[in-house]
Design a binder for this molecule. Structure first.
Ligand code: C2E
Ligand code: CA
Ligand code: CA
Length: 405
């Protein structure tokens, strides 16, 4: 038992929890008996059962912030073990990846059920009927996800995981500014597996932390090799994607520093790419980590800018120096006035705040020309180059003259 869990005693007749109240813990009954009742909107009170030693009560509170869905009264003197929400999250966070993944699927399904019941106006009591009815396809996905997570761990060590590098071009002077490192999985039987599929799975299972460390190290070493083979010494940078789980890892900053010094890459050459979602979900944690990285000279880029969060106030709060405009806005620019205006506004906003702007997903010359005209500094997209193997990107850099825009 850890110190976060504690024992609680209740006497016969005590109300342990009341329907509608806030709750932040669940209980395991060690000794005694309780009665569970639900009051209906019309005032009727229905006893739905009793629970004895070994049963868990009030578990919704540690899964969700929803109020208590039932009233529980001790009908004998009871001894309980209290499990707080923090204890539960901490245990889940440190569990084996497969256990975490299964729990996550169950919890998501649990939340879905509650949301659905909320929408239909009916609060279910465990076990909700909807939960039993919930799709088997989801279960299929869960199995697939567990398989992917298991196989990824091996793949990372057996060379099936690679990085491709996509050049980022300076629209104003036509030079290559740097690259974004993008993960690839070449599976021996299934062939290419998209990062859109495996990244969310390894994020959920916690494997992303090891994968990101690998990607950071590998891409820094590759940057050095590209520089030395091509002689293109203009302070090329490497953009590496990170997820919120990476930021929760205690040795994140230390690992970044170590990797930079081992690979002899200057901090200014490393750009950390993160999404708005990450910043909003863990603001305090992210701020401290990002401040340390930014102070050391690294760049901090907001990925998929414009898709996540409606308020811009966070831009002042975090040490951000680059915005990457999401490719959906670039794609829509030619057909949609409001996308064009949004891109213009983001470029102007970036200039005002002394930030660099990268347009993602630039696929044709018209887009590149328009972006250059409105003062956008940097662009990345198939028009210039697709993500490529280290060998191909080295050739690309060696043969690069200047962007023709
Ligand atoms: P992202 O970070 O937004 O990466 C840009 C994506 O846009 C890449 O997809 C890239 O191949 C694609 N792209 C680039 N130019 C164009 C273009 O002109 N047109 C179109 N249609 N697409 C373009 P990719 O490589 O499939 O990666 C998908 C996502 O997976 C990434 O989106 C990123 O969120 C995630 N990801 C990839 N590698 C890593 C990684 O090492 N770590 C983490 N945490 N996430 C990664
Ligand atoms: Ca990115
Ligand atoms: Ca992006």
């Amino acid at each position: 038992m850890t110190d976060i869990q504690s024992k609680k005693n209740f006497s016969a007749g005590d109300v342990i929890m009341r329907q509608g109240d806030e709750g932040d813990c669940a209980y395991i009954i060690e000794e005694g008996l309780v009665e569970i009742s639900i009051s209906r909107p019309n005032g009727d009170v229905r006893v739905v059962g009793t629970r004895g030693p070994g049963a868990i009560i009030g578990e919704m509170a540690i899964v969700d912030d929803a109020p208590r869905t039932a009233t529980v009264v001790a009908i004998e003197d009871c001894r309980m073990l209290e499990i707080s929400k923090e204890d539960f999250s901490r245990r889940l966070g440190t569990a084996d990846p497969v256990i975490r993944m299964i729990s996550q699927v169950i919890l998501t399904r649990y939340r879905d059920t509650l949301t659905r019941a909320d929408i239909s106006g009916e609060k279910p009591y465990w076990p909700p009927v909807e939960m039993i009815e919930l799709g088997y396809t989801e279960q299929g996905n869960a199995m697939e996800r567990i398989r992917i997570a298991n196989e990824f761990e091996k793949a990372l060590h057996s060379g099936e995981i690679l990085l491709h590098y996509q050049p980022i071009i300076n629209l104003q002077n036509g030079r290559i500014e740097g690259f974004e490192a993008l993960m690839r999985w070449i599976h021996p039987e299934k062939g290419f597996i998209s990062p859109g599929i495996f990244i969310p799975v390894i994020e959920d299972s916690g494997l992303i932390v090891e994968a990101s460390k690998w990607a950071l190290k590998e891409s820094c070493l590759a940057l050095k090799r590209i520089e030395s083979k091509t002689g293109y010494h203009s302070g090329l940078h490497m953009s590496v994607n990170f997820s919120s789980t990476d930021f929760s890892s205690e040795d994140f900053v230390e690992n970044v520093y170590n990797t930079l010094s081992e690979s002899d890459v200057a901090p200014e050459q490393l750009h950390l790419e993160i999404t708005e979602r990450l910043l909003i979900s863990q603001p305090e944690n992210a701020k401290e980590t990002l401040n340390m990285c930014r102070k050391a000279g690294m760049g901090i880029a907001i990925d998929d800018f414009g898709t996540g969060y409606s308020s811009l106030s966070y831009l002042h709060y975090f040490p951000i120096n680059t915005l990457k405009i999401d490719q959906s806005f670039i794609r829509d620019m030619s057909s949609n006035d409001s996308s064009r205006e949004l891109v213009k506004s983001v470029v102007a906003l970036g200039k005002n705040m002394d930030m660099s702007i990268v347009a993602e997903g630039v696929e044709d010359i018209e887009e590149a020309k328009f972006l250059k005209e409105i003062g956008c500094d940097l662009a990345q997209g198939y028009y210039f180059a697709k993500p490529m193997s280290e060998k191909d990107v080295t050739d690309f850099v060696a043969n690069w003259k200047s962007a023709d825009i």
